[in-house]
Design a protein around this ligand. Structure first.
Ligand code: GAR
Length: 195
């Protein structure tokens, strides 16, 4: 199954998909796309010989719009789009082209701690300051609103021992790296059909 992975930063979740035994033989990461001109995640993509596209106008040689990417994906037979630390809102026109074929990983237990501005360390700070003893990761289908699409699977993490938001982030990230490949593999096997 050919997939595209969207990233904004370092790409550890992209790496988790590329290295997971659940995905290795079955899943081909065909494109990596970013809203940034040259994020660290592109290095991971390039090491694996994966084509990268940028949505940023700053990347003069390699800048594409969502419309252009939609056409390329349809022509290539991309079956799943994974937002793995992608921080830009995906336009409705693009979502409509790939209904129930775009998933996102969020570093908290949705529907708590989601929505605009709730990404990366902002999430972990809010969780830590709330005094919650658990957090986790959630994978959900993408709709036109931040973090509101139907939930596919969550994984709970005990954060009662965390001393600061950075420790919460590290614990949650570890669980993201197992959860995301699991959900990608389930999608491939048609196990998300009823979601
Ligand atoms: C991950 O923790 C992901 O859940 C989060 O950004 C990080 C990206 O890390 N995404 C969001 O906050 C989206 N709302 P990575 O680039 O190392 O995979």
């Amino acid at each position: 199954m050919k997939i595209a992975v969207f990233v904004s930063g370092r790409g550890t979740n992209l790496n988790a998909i590329l290295n997971s035994p659940l995905c290795k033989d079955e899943i081909e990461v065909y494109f990596v796309v970013s809203d940034k001109a040259n994020p660290p995640a592109f290095e991971i993509a390039q090491e694996h010989g994966i084509i990268t596209y940028s949505l940023s106008k700053k990347d003069k040689m390699n800048s594409f719009s969502f419309d252009e990417l939609g056409k390329i994906f349809l022509d290539t037979g991309i079956e799943l789009i994974v937002l793995a630390g992608f921080l830009k809102l995906v336009p409705e026109s693009f979502i409509n082209l790939f209904e129930k074929k775009i998933i996102n990983i969020h570093p908290a237990l949705l529907p708590k701690y989601g929505g605009k501005g709730m990404y990366g360390m902002n999430v972990h700070k809010a969780v830590f300051e709330s005094g919650d003893k658990i957090s986790g990761a959630t994978v959900h289908f993408v709709n036109p609103h931040y973090d509101e699409g139907s939930i596919i699977q969550s994984e709970i993490v005990d954060i009662s021992g965390a001393q600061n938001p950075e420790e919460v982030a590290a614990l949650v990230l570890k669980s993201e790296h197992t959860l995301l490949p699991k959900v990608v593999s389930k999608f491939k096997n048609g196990e998300l059909f009823n979601k």
